[in-house]
Design a binder for this molecule. Structure first.
Ligand SMILES: *[C@@H]1O[C@H](CO)[C@@H](O)[C@H](O)[C@H]1NC(C)=O
Length: 613
């Protein structure tokens, strides 16, 4: 009686927390609309200077005023308060001080002067040598300009562009187009007096406001026929894999079943043991044995399921909402979605862990006099919540140290680090623990297994073929899924590491779906081969067969670095390789989890129909 009361209380508490959670997740949707980008004539137009950095190292950015540039006279809001997502992307907005009012043309005006010293001249020369360019924002529209250029005749002379001509296209009181032209180059040398000037021209433009980002997109790149061709290829491959699995399920399995039932009917013990009793049926007493390291395994699968959910939601969100105007909108959405979906990870991880635990006690109670290890819920739940964030922090922390050493705008300040910590402790952890609680109580009982588990594990037979060794099977498993996505990955990489704005989310949605489909099919085939060689350790093998896609992707990333980009320097290199490692870890978790889920469905199905005695 007391326990039922307790259960009611727990249920109530859970419900309450769930409501709070729902409320929290809806709150950001309500306050979506901010200022509407409509200006009166004469209203102030703010120019935000963002960052400056070498052209070939996109992630190596510095605050614009770290170079000896000067601000205009106009005072205003001193520093823009960036969101966490913007901080991750290295956005660092500072007021340029240029006086621009809507629809009020400005003639060529000098806004500030500097005198170059030995140091500042060297700084500027270094910037010109490395093809530094800067970015600024006008009404959320990004504008790029180049710092200077090398003299064509004499490569020891470096010039600085000192004049900025803004051409602003307006349509119905809204800014729809901004062009920046640099002019008036001055030789950089110590002692030079340099005056910076600007001018502003307003033009009527017939670009509609909601199409104003279109000029930044590159359809000829993203809709190149190779992109379409690769998508068709992936389709064909996925179709082939689905057919393969269908073939496996119908033909091979039917053959196996009929073989087994013939053996069943045969009265002769001798014939029975020699003729047909081999293959996957032999391991029926072990196939539902929990994997080695059940805690780690359940944590990995839980995180993988959660990540797949987040990626799917992000792609759907990006497909349905135009995120161009939102600086770092996708990063912010990812942070939010990841925290909000952590109950899913907790749920799946705890349910799996609980099932593994109960399955292992079911056998050990007969063998070890009931001396099974007690479950470690707390450890599992906390580790489940903290695995991906600690993975990210473990990689990001050293890179951040390098960024701080470089004074890059991408380095996180301690307060931003604290807010990450706050998100993890106050949102991720409790939400994930709620998921753990629910998963354990609602889904923690193993559904009835088709076969009984043997008390003593069966010895693994000698492999007849080296291809049947689990590591080889796993490595081969990743090849086809990798082949189905690597062209899409080229486009994703190019938009991340170079200056293309990725906008073809329909492609990425299809590629993601095909990847999951290919992974599921390939894993099923791998598990069939593994079980057929009478090896019952299929759980880890199915996870690894999916996850090995990421190994190939990392190799591709190394190739991409050396042959497709021109990055240089410690900071950009460290950033590239650690970020790619994280990306591949995420992909490994996703594909591994999908592979395991598909394989466990497959295993359950085939053993449900076989008679065991
Ligand atoms: C900006 O440049 C493009 C391409 O040269 C041109 O079509 C457009 O009209 C320009 N916009 C303004 C406002 O001058």
């Amino acid at each position: 009686m007391a326990s039922s009361e307790l259960k009611q209380r727990i249920a109530f508490l859970t419900w309450l927390l769930f409501c709070i959670y729902l409320w929290l997740s809806l709150a950001p949707l309500v306050s979506a609309d901010e200022h509407n980008h409509v200006y009166e004539d004469g209203e102030e137009v703010v120019v935000w200077m963002n960052t400056v950095g070498p052209y070939h190292n996109r992630q190596e950015t510095y605050s614009y005023f770290s170079l000896p540039f000067c601000r205009g006279p106009k005072e205003g809001i001193a520093h823009y308060h960036e969101t966490l997502g913007e901080a991750f992307q290295g956005v660092e907005l500072e007021l340029a001080g240029l006086d621009i009012d809507f629809n009020m043309p400005v003639r060529r005006t000098t806004y500030c002067r500097i005198v170059l010293t030995e140091d500042t001249a060297q700084q500027l020369i270094y910037a010109v040598q490395n093809q530094y360019w800067y970015q600024l924002f006008i009404d959320d529209l990004p504008v790029w300009g180049i710092v200077g250029e090398v003299s064509e005749s004499d490569s020891d002379r470096y010039y600085l562009w000192t004049h900025k001509r803004f051409q602003i296209g307006i349509n119905n009181g809204q800014i729809v187009d901004v062009n920046l032209t640099s002019a008036a180059k001055r030789l950089i040398r110590p002692g030079a007096r340099i005056a910076f000037s600007y001018e502003v021209i307003f033009r009527q433009s017939d670009v509609p406001f909601d199409k104003r980002f279109d000029k930044y997109l590159d359809p000829s790149f993203f809709h190149h026929h190779i992109h379409w061709f690769s998508l068709c290829n992936s389709f064909a491959m996925a179709a082939f894999l689905v057919c393969l699995v269908a073939f496996l399920l119908t033909r091979l399995l039917r053959r196996d079943y009929s073989r087994y039932s013939r053996a069943e009917e045969s009265q002769w013990e001798l014939e029975r043991s020699f003729s047909d009793e081999f293959g996957w049926k032999q391991v029926y007493g072990d196939v539902f044995r929990p994997p080695a390291q059940p805690t780690t395994f359940s944590i990995l699968v839980g995180s993988g399921v959660q990540l797949s959910f987040v990626v799917l939601c992000l792609i759907l969100l990006a497909m349905s909402v135009d995120m161009n105007g939102e600086r770092a909108g996708l990063v912010s959405a990812a942070i939010f979605l990841y925290s909000a979906s952590s109950p899913i990870g907790g749920f799946v991880g705890a349910a799996l862990y609980s099932r593994f635990y109960l399955a292992s006690t079911a056998t050990s109670s007969s063998s070890n006099n009931g001396q099974a290890a007690s479950p470690r819920w707390i450890r599992q739940g906390v580790a489940q919540a903290l695995l991906p964030p600690s993975l990210i922090c473990g990689v990001a922390f050293p890179v951040n140290l390098v960024a701080v050493g470089y004074h890059s705008s991408r380095s996180l300040t301690p307060s931003q680090g604290l807010s990450v910590l706050a998100i993890v402790t106050f949102a991720l952890l409790p939400l994930s623990l709620i998921g753990t609680l629910l998963g354990r109580n609602l889904c923690g009982r193993p559904s009835k297994l088709p076969c009984r588990l043997n008390a003593v594990p069966r010895p693994l037979p000698e492999k007849r073929h080296c291809l049947a060794e689990p590591p080889i099977i796993c490595l081969l498993g990743g090849l086809l899924p990798f082949a189905s996505i690597f062209v899409e990955m080229y486009y994703v990489f190019t938009s991340f590491w170079a200056y293309k704005i990725y906008y073809v989310y329909g492609f990425s949605f299809l590629a993601f779906a095909l990847l999951l489909c290919a992974t599921a099919c390939v894993t099923i085939v791998c598990v069939y081969f593994l079980l057929n060689s009478e090896d019952y350790r299929w759980q880890w093998c199915s996870f690894m067969a999916g996850a090995s896609t990421a190994v190939y992707l990392y190799v591709y990333a190394v190739y991409y670095f050396f042959f497709k980009t021109r990055m240089y320097g410690l900071y950009q290199t460290a950033f590239y390789f650690s970020f790619m490692a994280l990306f591949c870890c995420g992909l490994a978790l996703i594909c591994g989890a999908v592979g395991f889920l598909a394989a466990s469905l497959f295993v359950r199905t085939i053993y449900a129909n076989v008679k065991t005695d």
